[in-house]
Ligand binder design. Structure first.
Ligand SMILES: [Zn+2]
Ligand SMILES: [Zn+2]
Length: 899
């Protein structure tokens, strides 16, 4: 039925692939207690072969990592093992770790159901409890009193609560038999790196208690599960990777906007699905995307069946949405990755993805796995391709996309076990918890980090006179623990601007008072969202526009109390079409080189960097800029916006006729109406991180001269040399940019056209040639900038790393040693401290360079576009970008030979 569904959208369908359903393969396992075989029967289960294999390895005493797709019965493995083990030894305990609370509630329900069957057979019940941040203090006391055998918890709770109160939880830890870590593939980047150390703390504590445990780790399909698990936990593992469960028939449909534009197409797809009562999740990369479609649906009947869903929404609102979806009052949820994991929102028929997610196929594999869980059903997976680098890559390499989706393997898991900030933090916590650590238990890296703790007077080295052993002892325990979800240990809350809230916040005297008040604000809906530090700088500087759940807000002042930041926001008219973009300048400093290699005559480095972002204001653009400006003027009068407002800057040239621009130009170059805000004092953010950088030879420098000559030749051939040269002399991007920002290129193009028209020499080829002559004035920096954007854009093809996690900066002439005067392109891990992304980039650098050249060549645009070089988060609004130069630079690199 799914195939026929979109018959009137035929013109927009690029491809339909069918994945055949798969039959299951089954096996037998004899549990230690025959009651468990009875339980299997009573649950109506037939064990899959991979479940049997996992149980066999577990029962032979090994730690296991099971990597099979969603809905392949992974959880059954540990549930049955727990019931079996419980019968043999009722004193044992079991710790089940899930990355989100929502997942726990869902998994707990399933466990309870099996527990009931277990009771009917054995007349025994395994006491199981949830222990998360949501659990009330009174309930926590019940847990400590009752000492349940099974605890469902999060790594956060392990970190904040269990490890901090070892005495309270000794009964749990001393008797621990199985440690279950579900959704292991989520443990990547910042969260994964922190969590790896939370688990290492746990394992050290367990060793101290003499616990004899095994680890059961479950994950989506990884390329190297055994290696990953062994590195992550520091223990040996056996892997189980071949899935033997049945699959439903699946369709993969690729839509591409042709007759319709992207949003129209997406709306048409959503309307179709809602009309037919098909339960659908639509995934977006950004909250902005969900809000945009929601606004676009306001005039459609589908709006009553649709809602946005974000992890940052307050809990009560989230629950309401989940319930309405489960009960069918809502049919379509527009979401970011908040619903990626196995949160039960009932049956699901379709998963539509707006574009290829920025982390390549990492999220796509999990998202698609969610549709059509029941065997006899058909499942729909759809992608609405956008005009964007990754989407374009996969449209050109459709077979690769299909093959990779079919295989569903996650190839890289970035985790940085050598992040000093993280290791230092967790070593301090561990010392707070254990008070004393045997010095020789630490590895060399940890010892070096421990020296820092000693220097900070948080710990001291002590020689035990009784044992003669060196011990690390705590001097100053950690008072508050920081979040394991963010790189920095600060939180940013968006709060409705009510004066009394500010006073109340300032009144709070203790941390616990403050935390209670924040929770209350969340519950009452005064806290709109919680964001991280990069998002604050990107989107919430004073005066910037921010969309949340279809509402438009303007950021006002910020209040900082300890590690908490409160950004006060004012609600504005949701129908205004307005966007703001922070403008920033960067500086990168090389602190340390880890490794170096050579590709042709490009030197590739990986090392430690210091990155400085200077935000000097922002730009406002969109149809309703003038209305938004009124608000900005008020904000300035109130003294909150400290800076100058320049607007509207359209007077210098005629209003743009947007119909003449191509679709892709329109999206990023919609600068018809814009304004500029310059802060009196720029806001600065400085951090250390890991990155890679490419150092080019000076050979590439004459590309700029070649550009001038090549395009001047075209003008000469057209017998318009003088005219071209006179326009070339008049226009200088570096001079125009401070005034015109993202409209600079548009202004240049428009001026060229006007002059040509007046001279009766209208000619597109000539116009482009003159523009390229003008581009050449900026030197090769524009080409390097384009290379930087392009490499970041396509990095996820190889690395499964979200481009947004990466930053970049390029220098025509690097000002510092060891590369003084050289052309350098940096790509760095955007998270403070570095969380394993640089290593993956370094490993794949040659492939990345090759693909970058191929990608630039294959893009059909003449002079750069959102597919190849434009980036939505460019600090200079995609000015100073030159695709032609980028290709020439790569060409030179590839034709290099030693001889
Ligand atoms: Zn292009
Ligand atoms: Zn840029």
């Amino acid at each position: 039925m799914i195939k026929e569904l979109f018959s009137d959208l035929k013109s927009e369908i690029v491809s339909v692939r069918e994945f055949p359903p798969k039959e299951g393969e089954y096996g037998e396992f004899t549990f230690k207690n025959p009651e468990i075989n009875q339980l299997v029967k009573s649950l109506g289960l037939k064990l899959y072969k991979h479940q049997v294999e996992a149980l066999e390895k577990l029962y032979s005493g090994k730690n296991i990592v099971v990597t099979t797709p969603t809905a392949s019965g992974k959880s059954e493995i540990f549930r049955l093992a727990i019931f079996d083990n419980y019968l043999s030894n009722p004193h044992n305990t079991y710790l089940l770790i899930y990355p989100t609370r929502a997942l726990i509630n869902n998994q707990y329900e399933k466990f309870s159901l099996e527990n009931f069957h277990f009771f009917q057979i054995t007349k025994k019940m395994v006491n199981a409890k949830i222990l998360t941040g949501d659990v009330e203090w009174s309930e926590r006391r019940v847990i400590l009193r009752e000492k349940p055998r099974v605890i469902f918890t999060t790594p956060d709770m392990l970190h904040y609560n269990i490890l901090r109160n070892l005495k309270d939880y000794e009964w749990l830890l001393r008797n621990l038999r199985y440690l279950v870590v579900d959704e292991l593939h989520i443990y990547r980047g910042v969260f994964g790196t922190n969590a790896a150390y939370v688990f290492r703390r746990l394992l050290r504590v367990l060793k101290r208690f003499g616990a004899k445990l095994q680890i059961i780790a479950l994950s989506a399909t990884l390329r190297n599960p055994k290696e990953f698990a062994e590195n992550f936990f520091g223990l040996e593992f056996e892997k189980i990777t071949r899935a033997t469960n049945p699959f439903p028939k699946r369709y993969l449909i690729l839509f591409e906007p042709r007759r319709l534009n992207e949003m129209q197409l997406l709306r048409a797809v959503v309307e179709k699905l809602a009309e037919k009562g098909i339960k659908t999740l639509v995934f977006f990369d950004s909250r902005k995307g969900t809000e945009k479609l929601m606004r676009f649906l306001l005039s459609s009947p589908a709006v009553y069946k649709t809602s946005t869903y974000k992890g940052t929404l307050p809990k009560n609102i989230r629950w309401e949405i989940e319930r309405d979806f489960k009960e069918g009052r809502l049919l379509v949820l527009l979401t970011t990755n908040a619903l990626e994991l196995g949160i039960d929102i009932g049956d699901l028929d379709a998963v539509i993805n707006y574009g290829i997610p920025p982390d390549g196929l990492f999220s796509l594999i999990q998202r698609f796995g969610r549709a059509g869980r029941l065997k006899e059903r058909e499942a729909l997976n759809g992608i609405v391709l956008r005009k964007n680098g990754l989407d374009y890559y996969y449209k050109e390499h459709l077979d690769e996309l299909v093959k990779r989706l079919e295989k569903g393997i996650i190839e890289y898991m970035p985790v940085n076990l050598k992040n000093r900030l993280v290791v230092k933090k967790h070593l301090h916590y561990l010392l707070t918890e254990l008070k004393v650590i045997d010095w020789n238990e630490l590895n060399d890296f940890e010892k070096a980090v421990a020296e820092e703790l000693i220097k900070d007077k948080k710990a001291k080295l002590y020689e035990n006179p009784l044992t003669g052993k060196k011990e690390l002892r705590i001097l100053r325990p950690a008072f508050s623990y920081s979040s394991i979800r963010t790189a920095s240990d600060e939180s940013y809350f968006l709060v409705l601007d009510e004066p009394w809230i500010k006073y109340k916040l300032l009144e709070k005297e203790s941390l616990s008072d403050l935390l209670r008040f924040i929770n209350w604000l969340k519950l009452k809906g005064y806290v709109i969202e919680e964001v991280d530090k990069p998002e604050y700088y990107r989107s919430l500087l004073p005066g910037m526009a921010y969309f949340s759940r279809g509402e438009l807000y303007m950021a006002r002042d910020k209040l900082k109390i300890g590690k908490f930041h409160f950004i006060f926001v004012k609600q504005l008219n949701r129908f205004w079409e307005v966007e703001t973009f922070a403008s920033k300048r960067e500086e990168v400093e090389i602190l340390e080189i880890y490794k170096k290699k050579q590709f042709k005559d490009v030197e590739i480095y990986i090392g430690r960097l210091k990155v400085k972002h200077r935000y000097w204001g922002f730009a406002v653009k969109g149809k309703d800029t003038h209305l938004y400006l009124q608000e900005l003027i008020k904000l300035k009068e109130e003294g909150i916006l400290k800076g100058e407002i320049y607007a509207p800057l359209v007077g210098g040239f005629e209003a743009v006729n947007l119909d003449e621009l191509s679709d892709e130009e329109w999206k990023i170059l919609d600068w018809e109406k814009f304004a500029k805000i310059e802060f009196d004092e720029p806001l600065e953010r400085e951090f250390e991180t890991d990155g890679i950088w490419l150092v080019f030879s000076d050979r590439i420098r004459d590309v700029a001269r070649e550009e001038f000559h090549e395009f001047f030749r075209i003008a000469l051939e057209k017998d318009q040399g003088d005219l071209a040269f006179s326009i070339y002399e008049r226009l200088d991007r570096r001079k125009l940019f401070p005034e015109l920002l993202g409209a600079t290129t548009y202004y240049i193009k428009k001026t060229i056209q006007d002059v040509l028209e007046k001279a009766n020499a209208k000619d597109d080829e000539l116009a482009l040639a003159i523009k390229k002559m003008i581009d050449s004035k900026d030197g090769i920096g524009n080409g390097l900038h384009a290379i930087e954007h392009n490499m970041i854009k396509i990095a996820p093809i190889f690395t499964y790393v979200d481009s947004r996690e990466l930053g970049g900066y390029s220098y025509e002439s690097f000002p510092n040693p060891p590369h003084i005067g050289k052309p350098v392109v940096f790509i760095y891990d955007g998270n403070e401290g570095g969380f394993g992304l640089a290593e993956i980039l370094y490993e794949n650098a040659e492939k990345l360079i090759e693909k970058s050249f191929e990608h630039l060549k294959s893009c059909k645009c003449k002079d750069g576009c959102p597919l190849c070089v434009y980036s939505p988060k460019c600090g200079t609004f995609n000015e100073f970008l030159d695709k032609w130069q980028a290709m020439k630079i790569w060409e030179r690199v590839f034709t290099f030979s030693d001889g």
